[in-house]
Write a protein that binds this ligand. Structure first.
Ligand code: DHE
Length: 690
């Protein structure tokens, strides 16, 4: 077969033959927007010797999502496996569940291509395929003759004469990876770091996202990979092209890049960190009491992601007090134990220390301790073993895979600990175990450090910080985010790709339980509340499906419910990033910021604690952007929600919506913020109230 190598990205849709799987669309919001189809130029006579219309399948991009016998590179698993399509079609036609109008196998297949949502195939890898993912425009991309050839061929399957897709797990089966110039390679490396490394790892060995090393990417080919990069997948891969973040050419560049070996990233020594360390206001020059009349405990540190800034906003007046330049794409802020200092970590590994007591709060120190980071915390313990209040800070890095301990008031780094180690279950060496959530224990002079790829939770005792004792607890892969239960004894952490939550007992220093949840739990820090039937529970929502689970957290008062999913509340769809509540609140708030559905991205729901069987109310919080992340004010009377807009779209860069938590009425908007995401109230963050 002759296969043209010219890749042209044409207007159209990402074609998933039949229907792809993923989160269901809610009924009260419009169907998902569709993307573009990268396709390839082919000669019209490309039917191979075995009668397979290879070129047509490739032209339509079917190979990215389906297994199709006899079609090189058709090893996709997003949509159903088409190896036995003829038999499958017959079965569905005879099933009571069939909702289409066809009465022949050929008719069924044609209908599935041209009108895929009329009947949602139950054959996607994770269950029923989702509405809206298989576009209905295949006819625009292939000729009528080609369409007929495809239908005829699929109707004949299974056919022993047609070979299965070749064993394409060996790179040599695919020849060389696509060539990139040095300049292209450098550009792609940067894009990968900015957009992809968070989920796939710098070495591309996979974690939240799949392994993208050449042995896995070469079989998919440039066309298939570019389609996925441009259009995303229902399991959470963002639609970089549809969002307007990557152009068609950049999607193709990235598709080529990931078929090449990953470049080896550089390490960072303590000496290099010290070169970046900068104390802007020395300790002796800092105020000894607050220099303003505002209630600094009610300040919010708000991430302005794409501005590389944190806004300090007064929780009483809703005024933006100041904006402080911090690291690139700030991820989170945490407070020192007293709350006076705010630690803000950028994705670029740059940590900023902000003093809330200054007349205008500002940065008093900064240091860069890695190239890629997500987590930070201070030392919070004050008890029999000493007073460690505000004494130390710790930053957890993605690359290099290490954590760094430093002075809590000056940020002088003094100890680097590598996390390179062995996976908890198979005891295999992992070169890039990244540090996910870190939380400071209130019960012991310890940090709970979650190591994503090895699935271990490390209890790092900072009593002797230069010679720290580390207890490694086997938990689950891949650890990501989490928070305390209401007693602050148990730390609940999502092992997101395992669909589990691990519970660490911070007093006994051991794994208390592993709990099966719905698909891809993503709690942020979770939400603690009293269930009317089951007592104290902690909740998380999920990226992979529309579900909010409540897990019993009271082994003494309610032993029968402890560490069990006692409720699974159905939500409008998956893509939920965060939940939040407050002990004074009647509600649990849920967002859907990573939904593939534009309307759902802007929707928030509240669930009534009194009657938590279903969402009490859902509404669209804005006309643009994504609604993400909630935070309460100090009093627990207001809920703040970010509208995460686009940095270069004036009027739609983002804002914060403030709701009255009793009435759910909107009471204020804080406008013209550049891409606000996380918000951290000083008082609530110090006391771990959520
Ligand atoms: Fe986050 C928390 C990692 C994408 C906003 N995020 C965390 C934590 C980790 C993490 C490990 C827990 C920190 C802790 O508690 O110590 N986040 C990652 C990623 O690896 C990922 C998936 C991809 C990436 O490249 O960064 C990712 N995160 C995002 C986003 O796209 C969000 C929505 C916007 C952004 O900043 O890019 C985002 N993550 C947040 C926020 C928190 C967070 C707001 C803190 C939640 C809280 O209430 O504690």
């Amino acid at each position: 077969m002759r296969r043209s190598t010219t890749l042209i990205i044409v207007a159209g849709l990402f074609v998933i033959l039949l229907a792809a799987c993923g989160s269901q669309s809610p009924t009260d919001v419009p169907a998902p927007t569709q993307g573009k189809v990268p396709t390839i130029e082919t000669a019209p006579d490309d039917i191979n010797a075995e009668g397979v219309p290879v070129a047509a399948f490739q032209k339509a991009g079917c190979t990215a999502c389906h297994i199709i016998p006899g079609v090189p590179g058709a090893v996709g698993t997003i949509g159903p496996d088409l190896s036995e399509m003829g038999v499958l079609a017959e079965t569905h036609l005879n099933s009571a569940a069939y909702t289409g109008q066809a009465d022949t196998v050929e008719g069924y297949i044609l209908e599935a291509i041209e009108n895929p949502d009329i009947f949602l195939s139950p054959d996607c890898a994770d269950g029923p395929c989702a509405a809206g993912m298989m576009p209905a425009t295949l006819g625009d991309l292939v000729s009528e003759e080609e369409l007929n050839q495809m239908v005829e061929f699929l109707a004949s399957l299974p056919d022993e004469a047609v070979s299965s897709p070749p064993d394409e797990t060996q790179p040599e089966a695919h020849g060389e990876a696509p060539f990139l110039t040095d300049e292209e390679f450098a550009t792609a490396t940067q894009i990968f770091f900015d957009r992809c490394a968070g989920c796939h790892g710098v070495l591309r060995k996979g974690a939240t996202g799949p392994d993208l090393t050449p042995e896995n990417t070469l079989p998919k080919g440039t066309v298939g990979l570019a389609a996925i990069i441009y259009n995303g997948t229902p399991r959470g891969m963002p639609d970089w092209g549809k969002q307007g973040i990557l152009t068609e050419a950049e999607a193709e560049l990235m598709a080529k890049f990931i078929q090449n070996e990953p470049p080896q990233p550089v390490e960072m020594s303590l000496e290099q960190m010290l070169e970046t360390w900068n104390v802007i206001v020395p300790l002796e020059e800092r105020p000894t009491e607050p220099q303003h009349d505002r209630d600094w405990e009610n300040f919010f540190a708000v991430t302005l992601r794409d501005a590389g800034q944190v806004a300090i906003i007064d929780g009483d007046t809703h005024e933006v007090v100041t904006k402080v330049d911090t690291g690139y794409a700030v991820h989170i802020s945490r407070m020192s134990a007293t709350g006076r200092y705010i630690y803000t970590i950028g994705r670029d590994g740059k940590l900023a220390l902000i003093d809330t007591w200054m007349k205008v709060p500002d940065k008093v120190a900064e240091v860069k301790v890695c190239y890629d980071a997500r987590s930070v915390d201070g030392s919070k313990y004050n008890g029999e073993q000493g007073d460690f209040t505000d004494l130390y800070a710790i930053v957890g890095c993605y690359w290099p895979p290490h954590f760094v301990m430093m002075d809590g008031k000056t940020l002088e780094p003094f100890k680097v600990v590598s996390t390179r180690s062995y996976t908890y279950d198979t005891e295999e060496y992992h070169p890039e175990p990244r540090v996910a959530a870190i939380v400071a224990s209130h019960n012991k002079p310890e940090w709970i450090v979650n190591i994503k790829e090895t699935g271990q939770v490390w209890l790092v005792d900072y009593t002797d910080v230069i010679n720290p004792t580390i207890k490694m607890i086997e938990a689950e892969r891949y650890l990501h985010d989490g928070g305390w239960d209401s007693t602050q004894r148990y730390f609940m952490v999502a092992a997101n790709q395992a669909n589990k939550v691990a519970v660490i007992d911070s007093i006994e220093g051991e794994l208390e339980a592993i709990i099966e949840t719905a698909q891809i739990p993503h709690p942020g820090r979770g939400a603690n509340w009293i269930d009317p039937e089951f007592g104290p529970v902690w909740s998380t929502s999920h990226l992979g499906e529309g579900s909010l689970v409540a897990i019993g957290t009271d082994p003494e008062g309610h032993p029968e419910n402890a560490w069990k999913v006692v409720r699974n509340i159905e939500l409008l769809g998956g893509g939920s990033l965060f939940v939040k509540t407050h002990p004074n609140s009647d509600w649990i708030w849920v967002d859907f910021g990573l939904s593939s559905d534009a309307a759902l991205q802007r929707t928030v729901c509240v669930i009534a604690k009194e009657n938590p069987t279903e969402a009490y109310r859902c509404w669209e919080a804005a006309e643009y952007g994504r609604a993400v992340h909630f935070e309460y004010n100090k009093q627990g009377t207001e809920v703040w929600l970010s509208i995460w807009g686009t940095a270069d779209q004036p009027g739609q860069t983002g804002e914060i919506v403030v709701y009255d938590d009793k009435t759910l009425e909107e009471i204020a908007r804080i406008p013209d913020l550049v891409t606000p995401t996380g918000k951290f109230n000083v008082y609530n963050t110090v006391h771990d109230i959520y």
